[in-house]
Design a protein around this ligand. Structure first.
Ligand code: TXA
Ligand code: MG
Length: 303
């Protein structure tokens, strides 16, 4: 057991986090999507500490975060299409899966031996400041114990990984709340590996989720049964509403999908902590961000 410090985001806290990371420790930090558990991507032992802290049963490839496109180009091989996607969406919640450059310096444990790498330039000031303070690429999966709900607040990280990691940089709730969109641009077109905050033109997509090994059906799972498309709720169900369906709490009373995405994991954490043994969620329209929200909800409901 380690004692876990929670420090509000500040210059001094970032310096402390950078010091820990350069010493081979993983640190939790906010991104615009969810909190990540970041470690030096060039240090295999440090990355192994991520798996250890999360209790991941097997090595899934991790997303590597870099401060800008130039840093990304030193690690992945970009073609014109990849560069155009990066120009349009970085910094932001888009992960590009690209061929891994030789002598990139990235530890093999990060890609789980794959010849490709997931790269992302995050927009959040906390992760940006940490990247610049460390001066190395940071591997960072979501900062939760394997198989449980992703963290959109420092409290969620503490509940899930307290005692396993030395430091959480607390920047308050994350603005987007859903993990990044993952795409693999390739000669055969653009493959969408995970739905997320960046809408990907439906005409371009061909889903082969299985290629993102972390995308097992049951992944974002609360510890209680969850019922979807609930237009009412039984007395023993914690009802999460949306729009006109009020519920005990609501993803967004006004039916705003961006608000719903930002609140989703927080409300799932609340439902999990409630006294009710089951969870019901009101229908969410399947358009735009709603498709990404429903993707997470279906995974949470699968068992
Ligand atoms: O928003 C996010 O992406 C957050 C923040 C912290 O950046 N990170 C995140 O990481 O969600 P994680 O580890 O929970 O999910 C990473 C996903 C997994 O499904 C993994 O299999 C996939 O990315 N992935 C990573 N590298 C890959 C690769 N080379 N090929 C295919 N899938 C890859
Ligand atoms: Mg995750």
């Amino acid at each position: 057991m380690t004692s876990t410090k929670v420090l509000p985001y500040s210059e001094a806290a970032v310096a402390e986090a950078a010091r820990l990371i350069l010493a081979g420790e993983p640190v939790a930090v906010a991104t615009e999507t969810v909190y990540g558990l970041a470690a030096d991507a060039t240090n295999a032992a440090a990355v192994a500490r991520i798996y250890q802290a999360k209790g991941r049963p097997e090595f899934n490839p991790l997303i590597v975060h870099v401060p800008d496109l130039a840093a990304a180009e030193r690690i992945g091989v970009f073609d014109d299409r990849a560069r155009a996607l990066a120009a349009a969406h970085w910094p932001g919640p888009l992960t590009l899966v690209l061929p891994l450059r030789e002598r990139s310096g990235i530890a093999a444990i990060v890609t789980a031996g794959l010849p490709t790498i997931g790269l992302r330039v995050p927009a959040h000031p906390a992760m940006q400041a940490l990247l610049r303070a460390v001066g190395r690429p940071l591997a960072a999966p979501s900062a939760n114990a394997s198989g449980s709900i992703s963290p959109s607040r420092a409290e969620h990280v503490l509940k899930s990984l307290g005692g396993q990691i030395p430091l959480i940089l607390d920047s308050g709730p994350t603005p987007q709340g859903l993990e990044s969109t993952i795409v693999a641009p390739g000669p055969g077109g653009l493959r969408l590996l995970r739905l997320g905050p960046v809408p990907v033109d439906a005409g371009l997509e061909e889903r082969e989720r299985i290629e993102a090994p972390g995308q097992l059906a049951r992944h974002y799972a609360p510890s209680k049964p969850l019922r979807l498309d609930a237009i009412d709720a039984a007395p023993d169900e914690y009802w999460i509403g949306f729009g006109g369906m009020i519920g005990e709490v609501s993803l967004s009373p006004s039916g705003d999908l961006a608000e719903a995405a930002a609140r989703l994991f927080d409300l799932l954490h609340q439902a999990e902590a409630s006294a009710k043994p089951r969870i019901a969620v009101a229908p969410v329209p399947d358009q735009g961000l709603g498709a990404a929200i429903n993707d997470r909800l279906r995974r949470a409901a699968a068992r």
